[in-house]
Write a protein that binds this ligand. Structure first.
Ligand code: PEP
Ligand code: MN
Length: 347
């Protein structure tokens, strides 16, 4: 931390700031220039809020140098994290891994059909919510345990990995036998008790960025999970709330290179929630791959017009398959690969 003192700071004020810096654990290097005094704090301070220093008498500016997250920062693993799943699928390596499926599990027929359609196009994961965080309590809340059972069954049958959302601590145990990856939704990004519990499980986690969260807040939430010892963690950019209303959220493509720079964790892009509009999803998916995303999570529904949730942003299966073809052209331009279409039994 660097503390720049005001030009007219008194020696007493400077001594007080030095004493406070020493108190929190810094070694202080003092430089007295022609205009102002600069105090550089080095070493390993304990817990403190750098903003406290801004309020001390005679202080002009406080510059924080070390990041508040330690385990999530790139320095912790400069080579990057690769999350490996039991079937060998890796996220964070050369391949851009695609997760796709409906917003919600709605019925046996719907989830089996979805799985076959997304697998045929090259997806490696099936997504689908069994527990749904809905803005209105009167909207469909998900199939719950029955939905989890359907997901496991279709996962075993197709070989697709299963990712689905966990909303509260009590669901963790229930979900463990049925899923391959926990999704923490945007609304729960700062549910710190849930994050702490997920730090204790040994199953991969996709942590979505909160609706109004800064990248630093996302990385601090990641820190909760990492601090518990669960390093199989991926982050997700899913759009943030801005003053723009044309799209449901504003897809922050720049978050992708920023997170790659700040953190070793893989970053997945969700252009479906990022835009809320089916007609905008392919463009944002293409942009995300070009920007360096390690994976995509995309809503696809066999009949989006009849979807019980997020139909407007769900791709028709043919659109998804066309998008995958386009991504296969873009990925090599940024030294990445995407899976080829897969053979699936004719339904
Ligand atoms: C979802 O994936 O369907 C979902 C609810 O996402 P988010 O938490 O990003 O809104
Ligand atoms: Mn959704």
């Amino acid at each position: 931390m660097i503390v720049a003192m005001q030009e007219n700071a008194t020696d007493e004020q400077i001594q007080h700031v030095v004493a406070r810096m020493v108190e929190v654990g810094f070694n202080v290097h003092r430089t007295t220039g022609a205009v102002q005094t600069i105090l550089a704090g080095v070493g390993r301070p304990g817990q403190f809020d750098h903003k406290d220093f801004e309020l001390l008498g005679g202080v002009a500016e406080v510059i924080r140098i070390s990041s508040p997250y330690k385990l999530a920062g790139r320095n912790f693993r400069p080579g990057g994290t690769i999350v490996t799943f039991p079937n060998g699928v890796k996220i964070g390596g050369d391949e851009v891994v695609v997760m796709a499926g409906p917003c919600s599990v709605e019925s046996r027929e719907q989830i089996f059909l979805s799985a076959n359609q997304v697998k045929a196009a090259g997806a490696k994961f099936l997504r689908g919510g069994a527990f749904k965080p809905r803005s209105s309590p009167y909207s469909f809340q998900g199939m719950g345990l029955e939905g989890l059972k359907l997901l496991r069954e279709v996962g075993d049958e197709t070989g697709l990995l299963i990712i689905t959302e966990v909303m509260e601590i009590s669901q963790i145990e229930v979900m463990l036998p049925y899923i391959d990856c926990f999704q923490v939704g945007a609304r729960n990004m700062q549910n710190f008790n849930l994050l702490r519990e997920l730090g204790q499980v040994r199953k991969p986690i996709l942590l979505k960025r909160g609706i109004a969260a800064t990248i630093e807040e996302l990385l601090l939430s990641a820190e909760y999970i990492l601090a518990g010892g669960n390093y199989d963690l991926m982050l997700c950019e899913r759009g943030i709330r801005t003053y723009e209303t044309y799209t449901r959220n504003t897809m922050d493509i720049s978050a992708i290179p920023v997170i790659k720079h700040l953190s070793h964790l893989p970053i997945i892009a969700d252009p479906s929630h990022g835009t809320g509009r089916r007609d905008m999803v392919p463009a944002m998916a293409r942009a995300s791959v070009a920007a360096g995303a390690d994976g995509l999570i995309i809503e696809v529904h066999p009949n989006p017009e009849k979807a019980v949730s997020d139909g407007a942003q769900s791709l028709f299966p043919e659109q998804f398959s066309k998008l995958m073809d386009e991504l296969r052209i873009i990925a090599p331009a940024v030294s990445r690969t995407i899976a080829e279409p897969a053979a699936v039994p004719v339904a």
